[in-house]
Ligand binder design. Structure first.
Ligand code: BTN
Length: 329
């Protein structure tokens, strides 16, 4: 068997042995059931071991799956993923420049809505406003989702807020922890940045062709994993919860929440999500400075409207803005 064939066989073996965790399987029965030779089964098991699966043998021809790795592998992410269309196609990589770049290429060549791209690390992770996103190996979740919403391009920025809501709910599902959304697209724990969203749009004048939602989440970073300049302003879920969590589990919970919010967004825009977004908002009733290109506006934040715009009481009256960078002091 060549490598792709072994990988397919490994998938099939996992499918069978996972259904009964802790149960032992006879090698000869597996080989018979899957209609392949024992050597091929052993080859596929070796492949699984290199991927981090602990498959133990009792020496009498019985196998047990002792543990699965917390790796962002397609077979891990898709196993028991409870979504209808988000993540039904998964492109998983060890290392890429940027998952958003790959997702853009896939979307331009017709990849269906819901396709996701994930990577264990990024060498040129992109942030908002031309910044970079530090993406060290195996501690974060770097993921891009391809969407094809039939919404006017001016409404597409609402997808960032909708994503922030799904992220905030996902983080809050782990523990009682103070999660906030900092408009337009940051998620904070204890006032420090834990996740960022980079939404990129391909549109015609009045039609959205596709949207790439890129999310970077600091999950299992330790303090020492952060760049010096980020140590004060960034944190990870592990630091705040004081324990490591499974990135695969986080990704699955997030994709599920994301799908639910996105279905709502496609029907009603932000109208029905707004109240929940406002509850998480870190800026409401706060005096802020908003930088839009070279312009700086300051004032008190009154609202986030149904278009996802930040509504501010300025000296020149009430104004709404759809983009910019906020500082609070
Ligand atoms: C920001 O806060 O500036 C947005 C950060 C977005 C980072 C994610 S990581 C996955 C995806 N691929 C990228 O290159 N960027 C986004």
């Amino acid at each position: 068997m060549n490598n792709p064939q072994l990988a397919t066989l490994a998938d099939k073996i996992l499918e069978k042995i996972r259904l009964r965790p802790g149960h032992s399987f006879e090698l000869s029965k597996l080989s018979h059931g899957l209609k392949v030779g024992k050597e091929d089964i052993i080859g596929a098991l070796r492949l699984l071991q290199t991927l981090g699966y602990a498959v133990t043998s009792d020496g009498k021809g019985h196998l047990i799956l002792a543990s699965a790795p917390d790796s962002l592998l397609e077979m891990e992410l898709s196993y028991r993923l409870k979504t209808k269309f988000i993540g039904k196609q998964i492109h998983a990589y060890k290392s890429v420049q940027s998952t958003n770049v790959i997702a853009n290429q896939l979307a331009a060549s017709g990849a269906p809505e819901g396709t996701i791209v994930v990577a264990e690390r990024q060498t040129k992770g992109r942030g908002r406003l031309g910044r970079s996103w530090h993406s060290p190996e195996k501690v974060g979740l770097y993921c891009s989702i391809i969407l094809r919403p039939k919404v006017h391009p001016t409404l597409a920025p609402g997808i960032s807020l909708m994503t922030a809501l799904a992220l905030a709910d996902t983080i809050a599902s782990y523990d009682r922890i103070e999660v906030k959304i900092k408009w337009p697209n940051d998620v904070l724990i204890a006032g420090k940045k834990t996740a960022g969203i980079l939404t990129e749009l391909s549109a015609e004048i009045d039609r959205t062709v596709y949207v790439i939602v890129g999310v970077g989440i600091n999950i299992n970073q330790k303090k020492s994993d952060f760049l010096e300049e980020l140590k004060k302003s960034a944190t990870s879920i592990r630091i705040e919860l004081n324990k490591e969590i499974s990135r695969v589990d986080f990704a699955q919970r997030f994709l599920r929440n994301f799908e639910k919010e996105y279905v709502g967004f496609k029907r009603h825009g932000l109208a029905r999500l707004r109240n929940r977004i406002l509850k998480y908002s870190s800026l409401l009733n706060t005096i802020i400075k908003l930088r839009i290109g070279r312009k700086i506006v300051s004032g008190n934040v009154l609202d986030i409207d149904e278009r996802g715009q930040l509504v501010i009481q300025t000296d020149d009256g009430i104004k709404a803005y759809n983009a910019g960078e906020v500082t609070t002091h």
